[in-house]
Write a protein that binds this ligand. Sequence first.
Ligand code: PFF
Length: 447
Amino acid sequence: MSAKKRATFGGRLSAVLVAAGSAVGLGNIWRFPYLAGENGGGAFFAIYLLAVMIVGVPLMISEFSLGTATHRNAVGAFRQLNKRWVFIGYMGVLASVLILSFYLVVAGWTAEYMFHSVFSDQVQNPDPASHVAAFENFITNPWKPVLYALGFGLVTHLIITMGVQKGIERASKVMMPMLFVALLVLAIHSILMPGGMEGLKFFLAPDFSKVTAKTILAAVGQAFFSLSIGLGTMITYASYFKQGTSVRGTTLQVTLLDTTVALLAGLMIFPAVFSAGIEPDSGPSLVFITLPSIFSTLPMSAFWSTIFFLLLVLAALTSTISMHESVTAYLEEEWKLSRRAAAWAVTLFTGVLGIVASLSMGIWSGYTLFGFNIFDLLDYVTANILLPLGALLTCLFVGWKFDQKVFRQQLYPDCNVGKEYRVLRFLIRYLCPLSLIILFIYNLGWA
Ligand code: PFF
């Protein structure tokens, strides 16, 4: 135990709330639909669900256990257990910084759309082409999206340094159910739009004929991204769990919440995409051009649009906080920086990289690497390489190196080992690592 007393979350419900706050975010509502749209819809969703169940759940349980067993940040946890494996923690910190940088950019877009809903009547425009033009116009502006990203970074920073955890917990408690209801209402509305059924079919009826190794990797990567696993964020969060917080229960609830939000987002987006004649493979702009098309068909469109984007801003904020916190905790505990200095280091670094990512969607879009602009590169490298690799190594570590007794204690503090333990062990030791290794090999084109 470190000499300094570490913070803890209030209890069982707050553990679920903060972990779900990290998991539920732009990954569910922005990234999931755009990837599903690019990767054939139903087949992508089916593979995604499979990945969540087979790899996602065991991995989240593993990360939580590492956190509750060590009460350390991601790097410190591995260092305490086995120094040779500490590089997994460093990979996680790197992934967190990179994801946070481009995540802030998209979070900034949601903030702009929130304000825009109040101050502009674009949202009432029924022409989908005008929403495409408005989005293009905004992200190619040289300074506006940059300022929004930096603003979002600063708000995240403020919350991290003021430690207003209680406020966040309370906000999540209200925001999450509201987001659920809003998504549900919009999904029903969207399905009832003319031509909506077509979109429903696209999203829910899998056509496996076009599935490639790339599709599978994208779905698996998205599962990790959405659940905030494979990079140690959940290790850090679990290190703050109060004693007695259930690792298994929290995992199941967070996974269920996160997956339901992704499902609802798909049900909201695709019927509207087909109804409005938007291309499902529009990429990162998909949600930003589809949502206004939905709102424009509603009475009091500005009101709904404002509320919805506000909820999205809050969902994004609870996710940026978790990424920021995991890096800040690392700098604070391993580098012995003050919390303020640690937080500033994270904010400044991600701010600079965020500026680059934002400009790469506009005036710097000409600078590419392997055919990706910087924004897409950050997105691809983290979700399709760093997270699956982190997941693979974490499974190997927990399956083969982590003391079984300690692992069992985290899962069954009352020593009543459940029947599912053997299935879980099998998944963590064999099935998860093997399937990830095979997936990597296929993607490298070796088979
Ligand atoms: N899970 C978040 C989302 O779906 O928006 C994104 C995220 C948060 C990824 C925290 C990774 C992380 F550590």
